[in-house]
Design a protein around this ligand. Structure first.
Ligand code: VGL
Ligand code: ZN
Length: 214
C-alpha cells in the first residue's frame, strides 16, 4: 500500500443553482465532463460539497432587503470588533429544493461522501472545511483524516469563492493542495484567485496532468 500519496477528490458545489439557476456561473456546464473524468480515477475518497442554506440565510440579499451583489460588513457571531465583508447573493441552494440538487449529468454515484455547508442561518460558509470565524468544522476534516488522505485535488464552482476558500483551508489543515484549473469556473472574470491561491501554497494543475498522477 502506498502511504505516502493518498489523494482525495473534492468536488465543490456542482449544484443546479450554480450551473443553471439563480446564481449560474458562466461556463459552469462546460466542466461537468471533466469533473466526471476525474471522478472515474482511483482517488482514495471522492467527496462533494453542497451549499445548503436555510431560506432566510444571512448571505441572501433578500434577508437584508438590500440589492443583490451589494456588500455589507458581517460582525463576529460572538460579538467584538472583528468583521468580514459579505457579498449579498440571490437566493440560492436552499436545502431540500431543486436548486440545491447536484447538477444533472454529474456522476454523483461515484461519490464516497457528501459534505453540507452554509446550513446555519447566520453564518456564511464558503469553505467546505469550516466557517470563516473558525468556530465550527464541517465533517470534511474527519472524513479526510479517516481515509489517511495526503493530497486533495479540488474542482468545481466557484473558483473565486468556495473553491478558493476550500483550497486555502486545505493548505491550513496541512494537505498538499491541488486545484484543477480546467475543472473550475468563477463568478468574476478578474482571475486574481489563481495567484491568491498560489501565493498561499496551492498548486494549480490541469486535468491531463491529474490523469497521469492518479
Ligand atoms: C458560493 C456564492 C455563494 C460558491 C456559494 O459555491 O462559490 N458562492 N454561495
Ligand atoms: Zn451560498
Amino acid at each position: 500500500m502506498n502511504t505516502t500519496f493518498r489523494p482525495a477528490l473534492l468536488v465543490i458545489d456542482m449544484q443546479y443553482d450554480f450551473v443553471h439557476g439563480s446564481l449560474a456561473v458562466e461556463g459552469g456546464h462546460s466542466i461537468i465532463d471533466t469533473v466526471n473524468l476525474l471522478l472515474a480515477l482511483p482517488f482514495v475518497a471522492k467527496i462533494a460539497s453542497k451549499d445548503y442554506h436555510p431560506p432566510n440565510h444571512i448571505s441572501f440579499a433578500e434577508t437584508h432587503q438590500k440589492p443583490v451583489f451589494s456588500k455589507i460588513r458581517l460582525l463576529h457571531p460572538d460579538g467584538g470588533e472583528e468583521s468580514l465583508e459579505q457579498v449579498l447573493w440571490p437566493v440560492h441552494c436552499v436545502a431540500d429544493t431543486p436548486g440545491s440538487e447536484f447538477v444533472e449529468g454529474l456522476h454523483s454515484g461515484a461519490l464516497t461522501s457528501i459534505v453540507h455547508k452554509g446550513t446555519h442561518p447566520s453564518i456564511e460558509m464558503y469553505s467546505a472545511f469550516r466557517d470563516p470565524w473558525h468556530l465550527e468544522n464541517t465533517v470534511l476534516p474527519s472524513v479526510l483524516e479517516s481515509h489517511g488522505v495526503t493530497d486533495v485535488f479540488i474542482v468545481g464552482i466557484a473558483g473565486d469563492y468556495c473553491v478558493k476558500s476550500t483550497a486555502l483551508d486545505a493548505v491550513d489543515f496541512g494537505y498538499k493542495t491541488w486545484v484543477v484549473r480546467d475543472a473550475v469556473r468563477s463568478v468574476s472574470f478578474e482571475g486574481t484567485e489563481w495567484t491568491d491561491m498560489q501565493l498561499k501554497g496551492v498548486r494549480i494543475v490541469d486535468s491531463e496532468e491529474v490523469k497521469r498522477m492518479i
